[in-house]
Design a protein around this ligand. Sequence first.
Ligand code: ZN
Length: 254
Amino acid sequence: MVMNRRSILITLCLVALLAVGGFVIYQRHQPVPGQAASSKKSSSRAAATQPDTSPTHTDFNKTQYSLTDPASIWVVVNKHRPLSPLNYAPTDLVSVGNGQQMRTEAATALSNMFAGVKKAGYSLSAASAYRSYTTQVSVYNKEVTEYGKATADSESARPGFSEHQTGLSVDIAGGGCSIEDCFGTTAEGKWTAAHAYEYGYILRYTSDKTPITGYRAEAWHFRYVGKDLANEMHTASFSTLEEFFSLGVAPDYN
Ligand SMILES: [Zn+2]
């Protein structure tokens, strides 16, 4: 019994020693947290110094919606890309106030944007939204009569070539400016230009892109494209649909 007790004690001591020894060895082989973090940082710094040749989001699918179907939220309309059919009319127009209409999805997004600007302490309204083919005929003809064809073409789209006919575009008024350059200098205009993408809208015509879009700067004209695309264009620093989708420039009618 005595021998048994002794051998049990010795065995327990050996087990304890082995356990302690094993723990010490294990600890020595564990990376020190601070070192691990700093080595990760330095490797990411090294990666950051490499030129980034890949697109920002390679997983963004640029073909998920049609660019030609007039009912697609990604349809690209410009002086080279008329609506087809030319007299297309959306089927889901709803009121956006002020006697204006837009397609349901764009109208909901606009309403959310107007709620957003209200929280910021400002107020916006839809000065002009959906315009039918027939309406555009009179708008364009009036411009031609008043200012001549060249000026009309730089400021107003020909019937069938207007984004307003898609029901996805809106001219926004605020800060005492309605369809005027001054909108871009108002707090309302600046807020809208900065936040539109959060609601799925893009500022469609900017001064530096006139040779691409064919339109002079329109601080008031916003186009609904959906949150995914608007956010992707914002992240990747694209302001025109023509450039984002590599569609070529459309400075003038063919
Ligand atoms: Zn417009």
